[in-house]
Design a protein around this ligand. Structure first.
Ligand code: FAD
Length: 522
């Protein structure tokens, strides 16, 4: 098909720099099936974080993986062009951006979501730019099947989360999404299309998983499926003491997998002991008709309380088939599991909902935040993985001190098991067997109604510095550093493996320049 090239560069609208015209002519000869847009690039210059801006030379909307190959090869023929795959642009710190380079809009590629079966096992083959919410809908509605491991919010792309880890309340059992993929198709930084798995091109496979986009662009992933439950019993339990909250959470994630022995989802969050609508008691109930009664909080409570969030899958009670779970059985399992926990007995909130509703729960937050104008405001989020060894100190120094007034959004804290993460991937973790995901998801109104972004960023830095000063075993999740020295520290003894993978699969450092790990070479 003839290339479709849009170039309406108005001198007043677009700044150019020496070499841009050469790059544009290079791209003009590409014969893409998709499009190249030199004008409407503003959306690709921003991301969900709203902190960093970098204007690309052009946005490419590829029609096929061959287009991705052509773009990468063209970039390698230029002296300085870089290529950033953009999933849904939900990064916080410009990770999917490129300054004067080429952004590949992965969402414009064909939306491949195909269920395949090998013997008794089912998988979904899915394009790298597909949103997880579309994977969910297709697999559940079409086949009664679902992937095992999710993120909380599903408006993220398959390629984007696999380039990081992809964590939610199922990860304690199945590992992150990077532990739940059996095959990838990748276009490397050399412009080669390779299929890779644990047994085929394994170095590329493990490199790309959690590889921050450094080694190749994921154009397809094969994700194992299991039977989807119909319904979910969703519970929130309030704790006054962090030690008991953490102890119970760790108890639950280390239970054996057998029927009825544990939950299917374990998360938690810290909240402020006040009536603040966003940060306090009202953030806990699951339904608008449930009320948090503060008179039930024990007098020993401090400025911050904790909520364990659990879910138990079950099958529809109205379908009348063999798989149905009797409501009393669900209650029995719940009773059995909850009886062993140390939450404030009367501060328990419960909701029975459909599996889809449960997994799409953050969509409602998105809709509300969009209506309030908060979705498009800056989001200086901070995500950390902190060793269980240091988590009590983290609570004392960070939740109870630095953040004791809240952050204008959820402060997630829940444990994960290192054994469920594959050490061959590029993800770096704390050393402990159990570590906590800490996600500070700031959703406050922008300045002047809320604090200035700079203030929030400096609070994030204070938290990181506190972890360093106290010698915590921790890593940034969705890391963002600006210098090679910092990246070396982040990767620790995995740095040399990361560099070797880069030399092998993207020797000119064309890919994902927004991560600021490597610089483009000639
Ligand atoms: P982008 O931000 O567009 O890209 C991220 C990085 O991956 C960039 O470096 C980009 O170049 C690269 N990349 C993108 N696509 C590809 C591809 N196909 N091949 C290779 N590299 C690629 N994370 C969790 O783990 N759990 C959560 O529960 C969770 N919830 C979130 C909720 C919200 C509201 C938001 C905004 C983010 C959340 N995240 C969560 C973080 C999310 O995982 C990251 O933002 C991640 O980067 C995915 O976003 P994206 O698909 O938009 O990718």
């Amino acid at each position: 098909m003839i290339a479709f090239l849009e170039r309406f560069v108005h001198e007043n609208e677009t700044e150019t720099r020496p070499g841009d015209d050469d790059d544009a002519s290079l791209l003009r000869g590409l014969e893409l099936q998709g499009t190249i847009d030199f004008v409407r690039t503003a959306a690709a210059a921003k991301d969900f974080g709203g902190i960093i801006e970098a204007k690309p030379l052009a946005v490419i909307r590829p029609a096929s993986r061959e287009d991705v190959v052509r773009v990468i090869r063209a970039a390698s023929r230029s002296a300085h062009l870089t290529v950033a795959a953009r999933g849904n642009g939900h990064s916080i710190n410009g990770q999917a951006m490129t300054d004067r380079g080429l952004v590949i809009d992965m969402g414009s590629m064909e939306t491949q979501i195909e269920v395949v079966r090998f013997g008794d096992s089912a998988y979904v083959d899915v394009g790298g730019g597909v949103l997880w919410e579309d994977v969910l809908k297709r697999c559940v509605r079409g086949f009664g099947l679902a992937p095992r491991s999710w993120t909380d919010y599903l408006g993220l792309t398959v390629g984007g989360t696999l380039s990081n880890a992809g964590i939610s309340g199922q990860a304690f059992r199945y590992g992150p999404q990077t532990s739940n993929v059996t095959e990838l198709e990748v276009v490397t930084g050399k412009g080669d299309i390779l299929v890779c798995s644990e047994t085929q091109n394994a170095e590329l496979f493990f490199g790309v998983l959690g590889g921050l986009g450094q080694f190749g662009i994921i154009t397809r992933a094969r994700v194992p499926l299991q039977t989807a439950p119909d319904r979910v019993r969703w519970i929130r339990l309030v704790y006054v003491e962090f030690k008991e909250f953490a102890g119970d959470a760790e108890f639950l994630i280390t239970r054996p997998e057998g029927e009825g022995e544990s939950f299917d989802y374990v998360e938690g969050f810290a909240f402020v002991n006040s009536d603040d609508r966003v940060n306090g008691w009202p953030s806990v109930p699951l339904r608008s008709d449930q009320r948090f009664d503060p008179s039930l909080i024990p007098g020993t409570a401090g400025p911050v309380l904790y909520c364990l969030e659990l879910a138990l899958h079950h099958h529809n009670m109205n379908n009348n088939n063999d798989k149905d779970d009797d409501p009393s059985t669900v209650d029995e399992v719940m009773g059995h599991n909850l009886g062993r926990l140390r939450f404030c007995r009367d501060l328990k909130f419960e909701l029975d909902t459909s599996y889809m509703e449960f997994l799409l729960r953050v969509k409602r937050v998105e809709q509300e935040a969009k209506a309030n104008g908060i979705w498009d405001a800056p989001h200086p989020w901070l995500n950390l993985l902190v060793s269980s060894r240091d988590i009590l100190d983290f609570d004392r120094l960070v939740f109870k001190n630095i953040l004791n007034h809240g952050i204008g959004g959820p402060m997630l804290v829940y444990p994960l098991l290192r054994s469920k993460w594959d050490g061959r991937t590029s993800v770096v973790l704390p050393e402990a067997k159990i570590f906590y995901l800490i996600a500070l998801l700031r959703f406050g109104p922008p300045c002047p109604k809320g604090p200035a972004v700079e203030e929030l960023i400096s609070q994030n830095k204070e938290i990181i510095q506190c972890c360093i000063d106290h010698g915590f075993d921790f890593k940034l999740y969705l890391p963002h550093y600006r210098s090679e020295e910092q990246w070396k520290l982040h990767f620790g003894d995995q740095w040399s493996r990361f560099v070797e993978r880069k030399d092998r699969f993207d020797p000119l450092a064309i890919l994902a320049p927004g991560q600021k790990i490597f610089s483009r070479t000639h």
